[in-house]
Design a protein around this ligand. Structure first.
Ligand code: GRF
Length: 202
């Protein structure tokens, strides 16, 4: 059975594109059923349109409070019978209510090797700290920011002449391989748990 994914993105959507491209591959066990953005001008929405995927801008300012906004997000996911939600550059911290509706059903991509460098501008934080290995993390979303069980991490080197831009690009490239890898594992039921930790089995 094909896993139904919703992708939430606020910006450029290069991770969305990587997932679109993966889903277009023969025998990929997932499909994107809708793309949702909380920014009206997100390029991710254009990418969805080009790929003929239903896309929606659902804007927090149109709702009374954050819970009402998150209830609208949830309703859209239900409308499409979503199995898995992928946050791919989604600039929004979902609250307890939303997380409770989707336990271990939301993935987030973060541009660092968590638990290092949580929050914004992770590649910049990595450069400032002088680490020699950076990377990306796919983890389950829980209420606390950038917490939740880690599913996969990919490392990239940091070079002495890196700028924030060059490091970001290298991390992005790693992200584009890692997200589809994790989605495939979820779709193929290859996630196993040991206590609070999640692993992908082969
Ligand atoms: C990625 O670096 C991701 O790790 C972070 O936001 C960025 C989104 O990039 N959460 P894009 O919109 O997918 O190009």
């Amino acid at each position: 059975m094909t896993l139904k994914i919703a992708v939430c993105a606020s910006g450029n959507g290069s991770n969305l594109q990587a997932i679109i491209d993966a889903c277009a591959m023969k025998n990929f066990p997932a499909e994107i059923v809708c793309v949702i953005s909380n920014k009206v001008d997100a390029y991710a929405l254009e990418r969805a349109k080009k790929a003929h995927i239903p896309s929606y801008a659902i804007l927090p300012k149109d709702f009374e409070d954050r819970l009402a906004f998150e209830k609208a997000l949830h309703a859209k996911m239900k409308e499409y019978n979503v199995d898995l939600i992928c946050f791919a550059g989604f600039l929004w911290l979902v609250g307890a209510w939303f997380c409770e509706q989707w336990p271990n059903k939301i993935l987030n991509m973060h541009p660092s090797l968590l638990p290092a460098f949580k929050g914004l501008h992770a590649p910049r934080q990595a450069l400032e700290r002088g680490v020699k290995i950076a990377g990306c993390t796919v983890h389950y979303v829980v209420e606390e920011m950038d917490e939740g069980a880690i599913l996969a991490q990919t490392t990239v080197p940091v070079y002495s002449n890196d700028t924030e831009e060059t490091l970001k690009m290298r991390i992005h490239y790693a992200e584009h391989q890692t997200f589809p890898y994790v989605i495939r594992a979820v779709a193929e039921n290859r996630i196993t748990w040991k206590g609070n930790n999640a692993y992908i089995s082969s």
